[in-house]
Design a protein around this ligand. Sequence first.
Ligand code: AMP
Length: 341
Amino acid sequence: MKHGPSSESTIPTVTGFSPGFAALGLEAPLLATLETLGYEEPTPIQREAIPPLLSGRDLLGQAATGTGKTAAFALPMLQRIGHAARVRPSALVLVPTRELAIQVGEAVQRYGKELRVSVLPVYGGQAIGPQLHALKRGVDVIVATPGRALDHIRRGTLKLQEVRTVVLDEADEMLDMGFADDLDAILAGTPKAKQTALFSATIPQRIRAIAHRHLQNPIEITIAKEPVKAGTAPRVQQTAYIAARPHRAAALARVIEVAGANSALVFCRTRLEVDEVTAMLTGRGHRAEAIHGGMSQGQRDRVMQAFKAGQTELLVATDVAARGLDIPQVSHVINYDLPSS
Ligand code: AMP
C-alpha cells in the first residue's frame, strides 16, 4: 500500500486529544501521552500500521528510520498489553544494535508511561547481573539484540512461553549482521498464537523468506519517504569532494573547518579508521569522540550522551554503531569513504 499525500484534516477536536490518533483506535491513556509529547498527527506509517496491529494482525512493513516506525508498533503493543491480563514478558522487540536497544527501549518506556508498562533493554556488553535481577522481577516488554536474547533463553533466564507480541525491527540489518539463525532460534521458542510484526528498510528475498516462516497472513505496508511539499524541501545540501587517499585526512579537517560543522557525524568504514580520524581531529583541537562496536557499552553510552548534549562536536563512527540513531541537531554528516550501502 502506498500512502498518497494527506488531505487537510477538517475534523474538529472533540476529545481534546489528537483526532488523528483517536481515529486509529488509540485510547485515552496513550492519547494523553501523545499530547504531552506534542505529537499532533500520526505519520503515514502510524496511520497504516496502528489499526491492523491493534486488531491483532501480523504485519510486514517496509519503512526506514525517521518515519515514526517505533511508535507505529509500540503504541498498539502497549494498548494490547494494557487490555490483557498481565503476563511477563508479554512483548519482545528484537533490534540489531545495542544503541537501538536503548533508543527503542526509551521510546517504548515513554509511550507506555501512563499505562505503567515496564521495559527492559537487553544487549551484549552490559553487565549481566542487573539484567538477571530485572528479568527475575518481571518486565512487560523486552527490547533486545538477538545474541544476548538467545544467551538469556539458553540460561533459562528469559522465558518466552507467554509472549503475545514479537517485533523484528530493522530486520535487514539483523540479517546483515548474521543474526538469521538466532532469530529463527528465538522465534522457535515463542507460542504459535501470537502477533508478529517485521520492519525492514528493504524487502529483498531473504526478508520475504523470514516473513514467510514467521508471519501469518500479514498485512503489507510500504511507506515511501514523505513526499516533499513544494517550498518545504528540506534544505540538505550534498557535496562530494574527490581527494587522493594520502590527502584524505587533511581534506576532512579542512572541510570540517570551512563548513563550520558544530555537530557532525563522521562515518568511517573500520574501527581502526574511526580511531585514527578521531585522534587526528582531536590533535587539531576539535572535540571529537569515537563510537564503534569495539568499545565497552559504558564508553558508548557516555559518548552518545555527550554528543546528544552538545558537549562533543564531532562523533566519528562506524555505520553499524550509528545506524538508526535519532539525533535531532546534527548539522553535518560526512562519509569519510564511499558508503558501502
Ligand atoms: P522513529 O522513526 O520511530 O525513529 O521516529 C523518529 C522521530 O519522530 C522520533 O524522534 C519520534 O519521537 C518522532 N515522532 C514519531 N511519531 C511522531 C508523530 N506522530 N509526530 C511527531 N513526531 C513523531
